[in-house]
Design a protein around this ligand. Structure first.
Ligand SMILES: [Zn+2]
Length: 416
């Protein structure tokens, strides 16, 4: 009996010990596993450290004190699906993923630094400022915030003109949603259009008023004069850039204006863009490696502006001043360091000019497999006095170059 008692007691003791050991082991394991997932982990891929530092500086300038080094933050490359450029995971710590392909794709373009900053600031807006998407617009159609993203609005591209004077506004708005709209967002700007003198003009009133365009009939381009307008038929499956040299380049330091009327019949693809192009083209180059500014519209009443060295257009705007089934006059006016865009004499938009060399070529783009009509090709320059006026001479339009372009400089921007 006493033997049995001793045996049972011993058995219970051993079992209890096993249970205690097991509990202790499990507890230790839990501690070990938890310590692997450091809630204050700080791991930033070197590609992003500069942009994070800029964010911290901008925050500090506005009285915010973030110290992700001690509170934890992860920004890493990932392979994101569904056309996503960046993704913020609300974990502890916040974990931001940036699509490696997108990051590499934009790297080689002009303006890549601002595009990268805008993407990282957007994600940090989610992760550190707790902001969600905001897809409203300013009065000129610009996105109101760099927090635009998520569910598309009217299928509008996410392109945001995060450059120049707009950058300060967008950073202010990121930290304070109640920031006043910038002056550039106004549609009632007083644009001083006085003092511009005609420098070159073609009205296509007769064969002697067509520059050298009629001689450019070729297998890729049909050219003819029709009812006082020049008809151009692009027979290729790529857009054409048609540029003509100015006999005297326009100094980049001067104010100038370039305008042209376009009629693009609605039987064409409504998403095809057509419009003004201009820039400094080196005579030895094939053309497209040079910096070319563009201002284009389509028959969906959209307007685009940009430079072919950039990854994509600066932004996409809806413009009711575009009238279908008739001529639309596009005009761009360079005043100081800004370009002012007009459609049918209505002021639409302004932004910094990208070109830094004298403008020696102006022209227009013709969409692929399309016929377009142009009229009133006019270049003007602001002159200090009448003495500087140049005689209008159609011989100024002798040197014409025609270039097939692909649309790779107008990429679709990924969501964020
Ligand atoms: Zn977002």
């Amino acid at each position: 009996m006493s033997f049995l008692f001793i045996f049972v007691t011993d058995f219970l003791k051993k079992t209890m010990l096993r249970i205690i050991k097991y509990i202790f082991f499990s507890f230790s394991l839990t501690i070990l596993l938890n310590s692997c997932k450091d809630s204050k982990e700080y791991r930033i891929d070197p590609a992003f450290t500069d942009y994070l530092q800029r964010f911290e500086n901008e925050a500090a300038n506005r009285g915010h004190n973030f110290n992700p080094h001690s509170t934890g933050l992860i920004i890493e490359f990932a392979s994101l699906s569904n056309s996503t450029a960046g993704l913020t995971n609300y974990e502890t710590p916040i974990r931001i993923e940036i699509d490696q392909t997108y990051w590499n794709d934009i790297a080689g373009s002009a303006g890549a630094d601002m595009m990268k900053e805008e993407l990282i600031f957007h994600e940090l807006g989610h992760g550190l400022l707790g902001r969600s998407h905001l897809n409203t617009t300013l009065s000129n159609g610009d996105w109101k915030s760099i927090m635009c993203g998520g569910t598309k609005v009217g299928d509008r591209a996410w392109n945001i003109n995060y450059r120049g004077v707009r950058r300060k506004y967008y950073v202010d708005e990121l930290f304070d949603e109640n920031t006043t709209a910038p002056e550039v967002a106004s549609l009632t700007l007083a644009v001083d259009s006085t003092g511009f003198t005609q420098k070159s003009l073609l009205t296509f009133s007769g064969t002697g008023d067509t520059g050298n365009f009629l001689n450019k009939n070729s297998s890729q381009l049909g050219v003819s004069l029709e009812n006082g307008r020049l008809m151009l038929q692009n027979k290729t499956s790529n857009p054409l850039f048609i540029l003509t040299a100015l006999s005297t380049p326009i100094s980049i330091n001067s104010d100038f204006s370039y305008e042209l009327g376009f009629y693009y019949p609605t039987t064409n693809n409504a998403t095809n863009q057509y419009g003004l192009i201009f820039g400094h083209i080196n005579s030895s180059s094939s053309g497209l490696s040079d910096s070319i500014e563009y201002f284009s519209i389509n028959n969906n009443q959209k307007m685009y502006m940009g430079n072919n060295e950039y990854y994509s257009y600066f932004t996409e705007l809806t413009e009711s001043s575009i009238v279908l089934g008739t001529m639309n006059k596009l005009k761009v006016q360079k005043i100081g360091t800004f370009l002012y865009y007009f459609i049918n004499n209505s002021y639409c938009y302004m932004n910094e000019i990208n070109a830094s060399a004298d403008i020696n070529q102006v022209g227009f783009s013709v969409p692929e497999l399309s016929t377009i009509y142009i009229d009133n090709f006019k270049v003007s320059q602001r002159t200090a006095s009448a003495v500087n006026q140049q005689k209008i001479n159609q011989n100024q339009f002798l040197d014409i170059r025609i270039q097939q372009v692909n649309k790779s400089f107008q990429h679709i921007l990924k969501n964020k």
